[in-house]
Design a protein around this ligand. Sequence first.
Ligand SMILES: Cc1cc2nc3c(=O)[nH]c(=O)nc-3n(C[C@H](O)[C@H](O)[C@H](O)COP(=O)(O)OP(=O)(O)OC[C@H]3O[C@@H](n4cnc5c(N)ncnc54)[C@H](O)[C@@H]3O)c2cc1C
Length: 321
Amino acid sequence: MTEETTAHPHYDIAIIGGGPAGFTAGMYAARAALKTIAIAGDSTVSQVTITDLIENYPGIPDGINGFDLAERFKAQAVQFGLQTTSGDVTAIGRKKIGAWDGWEVVAGSIRYDALAVIIATGALWRRLGVPGEERFIGKGVSFCATCDGPFYRNREVAVVGGGDTAIQEALYLTRFAKKVTVIHRRDRLRATAILQKRALENEKIVFAWNSVVEAIEGENLVQKIVLKDVKSGATRELSADGIFIFIGLTPNTAPFRELVALDQGGYVTVDAHMQTSAAGIFACGDCTAKRLRQVVTACGDGATAAFSAQLYCEDLKGESY
Ligand SMILES: Cc1cc2nc3c(=O)[nH]c(=O)nc-3n(C[C@H](O)[C@H](O)[C@H](O)COP(=O)(O)OP(=O)(O)OC[C@H]3O[C@@H](n4cnc5c(N)ncnc54)[C@H](O)[C@@H]3O)c2cc1C
């Protein structure tokens, strides 16, 4: 912990993350009359905010834009008294708060003292690590079809990946692009059956099976993608104006590596109550080790984490009954 940091009044609960998990945890904690602050990242955004249409969140049968849904989550939590701020949290350390063993959360030059901490930092899309990828980010390489799809009206794009998100985004891109090539390293998709069916039946979508990206090339903008057939080893060029990469997530858990147990993929391991390996530290949402990373599961986790943190605080203060 640095000496120059600015102390804030202490909180019952500090939540790290301003996505569905963090704001749902914030709503539950604030509604339980716990003094709670949510710190949303400065250099990262909630994944839900880059999603065009959420059509599988219960109670909204017509679907909702991801950014709008995130704003609603925040407003609902704030209405119950959640305090919010922004900053990239870089460390959490032990801190004596009065008679209690609490925690100190450091975000830039500011530190927040809390009895319990909820980690809700989500995850970010993985990179291919091929030549041209970094150089052409924003010039044809994208990780967000919602943000960049409209730039590709009547043009040809590629989508890398075979899971739910890759196929969902490929389908979305057909609204703009005249041709969408799905590049997948296997000969079949991993996406759920309904999405597979929609993609296979969509005449704008073609598949480059058993293929991996070797390089992304162009002059100022992406013009072509070099593909390698994983079976034959043969390479070929695919003409494309854009490439959308959806090959998996990396959890935003680096600052907590020494603090709580992580699984092999770097996800925070939690029990059914969202308790981590450290007493008083809870985690929820996409940053945790779990099978389904969606808005609805992030919200459910957030509610559980807040309730567990509430019980932990009450126990610590001798207020439990
Ligand atoms: C393209 C796309 C389409 C999707 N489609 C759907 C869909 O149709 N339906 C669905 O249910 N889900 C969908 N998802 C998944 C959904 O967006 C996530 O499951 C959900 O956002 C997870 O919520 P979360 O709160 O765990 O994490 P996030 O929403 O990612 O929020 C993480 C928060 O933590 C913050 N943060 C990160 N690191 C730090 C740090 N060091 N310090 C402080 N703050 C930090 C970030 O800034 C952010 O505020 C989609 C995702 C993408 C990318």
